[in-house]
Write a protein that binds this ligand. Sequence first.
Ligand SMILES: O=C(CO)[C@H](O)[C@H](O)COP(=O)(O)O
Length: 223
Amino acid sequence: MRPFLIAPSILSADFARLGDDVKAVLDAGSDVVHFDVMDNHYVPNLTIGPMVCTALRNYGITADIDVHLMVKPVDRIIPDFAKAGASIITFHPEASEHVDRTLQLIKESGCKAGLVLNPATPLHYLDHVMDKLDVILLMSVNPGFGGQSFIPHTLEKLRQVRALIDASGFDIRLEVDGGVKVDNIAEIAAAGADMFVAGSAIFSQADYKVVIDQMRAELASVS
Ligand SMILES: O=C(CO)[C@H](O)[C@H](O)COP(=O)(O)O
């Protein structure tokens, strides 16, 4: 398994001082900035777009930015996010008319590409596109809001996707998003995840380093 990556979801960051907050969470030892894009159409919430991604890059954020598109349609916003400095772009297959074409568009834009599966979305969406995926993101809550509880059946889904990835031989990250905390991250890693999105668990704490160190200590116990 590759090194575990911790990706704070800036959905729970302080938007009034976003640059400083993102810098703080990276300085505290996290790896990747998870950037949640919601359109009040595909999901019932409205967040941030490419201009905010550009602003973070202009502010000096050099870490990978993992853009999770919860928007429909997806294709027309992809080149804008690539220009804005996205490193990874993931989308929900139900939000794309042509999943293969959308994956290709992300790659042609120079970003890594991934599919996101909601808690009730079947794994068959992965059929025929494994060779085009850099990331598979399993939602462990229904998308739209931070601070929800981890849905336990995600553990079995993670085990199934881990087996699919290992059997495929492709180099694909298995990311999980929603309700990830210090007290469940080891169990989630043991089920096969290697990239962990955590919003409220990190940003609700006064000292981000304490909680990130605790997550790393939990992950160290997983072989
Ligand atoms: O995509 C998301 C919601 O759609 C968020 O990234 C996710 O819920 C993370 O927040 P938390 O760690 O607080 O559950």
